[in-house]
Design a protein around this ligand. Structure first.
Ligand code: NAP
Length: 232
């Protein structure tokens, strides 16, 4: 299963660092993108910034609820402290849509220490909030926003977990459309590993003087390597 080019992707928190980077890459790849924000003016401002790069389809800006309402796939990219509240805001319009959760449950100031919420991970908390029938994927936690700026190829890989193989396939296609290599990393329960890895990467950044440490899967035959659309 692949994302239909006619589908619309809403990025809630798309005014922020990670969300805007993803939205920009998808817009340049020709996907229909809506930026969501708590504030419609901020959403429109972020959309205008992305549109200044001459995307094939004009990016829209809406409040989070209307962005989610307009979309087929809803990407959630907000700080963990805003995770529950944002999901509660859009829950009523998520039926039949796929949620792709980018959130890492960091607990400032100790962001180099893995501190999972009682549900086990942000993605599992999303499932608790949305219910067992919700289609949820989890991805991009290990891609620093700095990688997403610009159009260059990104050497780091993306672990994609999700509630079903079909949901993971849609998220994997989004990863590819962003110019990244994504791996099917299994059920949504496995998201706790990808989410936890982010604290390790932040720790590595700190200890080794890096800005955007990432991960790479090795040992898989070339013929089975994930595809990666190169953004223009
Ligand atoms: N930054 C990275 O390199 C990176 C990498 C991987 C994963 N992540 C994860 O991706 C998520 C977004 O990260 P980010 O760095 O893009 O965050 P951010 O720039 O701090 O925030 C993203 C957006 O979330 C909304 N937001 C902020 N505080 C909020 C609050 N209290 N209530 C509701 N909405 C709020 C804001 O949008 P509006 O004010 O417009 O509503 C903001 O623009 C986080 O969970 C982060 O851990 C980040």
């Amino acid at each position: 299963m692949e994302t239909d080019k006619r589908w619309t992707i809403a990025v809630l928190g798309g005014t922020g660092k990670e969300g805007k980077g993803l939205a920009s890459r998808w817009a340049k790849a020709g996907l229909s993108v809506v930026i969501g924000s708590r504030n419609i003016d901020r959403a429109k401002e972020a959309a205008a910034e992305i549109n200044s790069a001459k995307c094939p389809i004009s990016v829209q800006g809406k409040d989070n609820l209307n962005a989610a309402r307009a979309a087929d796939i809803v990407v959630l990219s907000v700080p963990y402290s805003a995770h529950r509240e944002t999901l509660e805001t859009v829950k009523s319009v998520l039926q039949g849509k796929i949620l792709v959760d980018v959130t890492v449950p960091l607990v400032p100031p100790k962001v180099t220490k893995v501190q999972m919420p009682p549900a086990g991970s942000a993605a599992l908390e999303a499932r608790e909030i949305l219910g067992d029938t919700a289609e949820i994927a989890s991805a991009f936690q290990n891609i620093s926003f700095e990688h997403l700026q610009g159009d260059h190829e990104i050497g780091c890989d993306v672990l994609v977990t999700g509630t079903s193989k079909e949901t993971r396939a849609v998220a994997l296609d989004l990863v590819s459309q962003a110019g990244l290599a994504g791996w099917d990393a299994g059920p949504l329960e496995n998201s706790m590993v990808a989410e936890g890895l982010t604290s390790i990467l932040i720790h590595i950044n700190k200890i080794y003087g890096a800005n955007h440490a990432g991960i790479k899967i090795t040992g898989v035959p070339d013929k089975n390597q994930p595809s990666r659309e190169i953004t223009k």
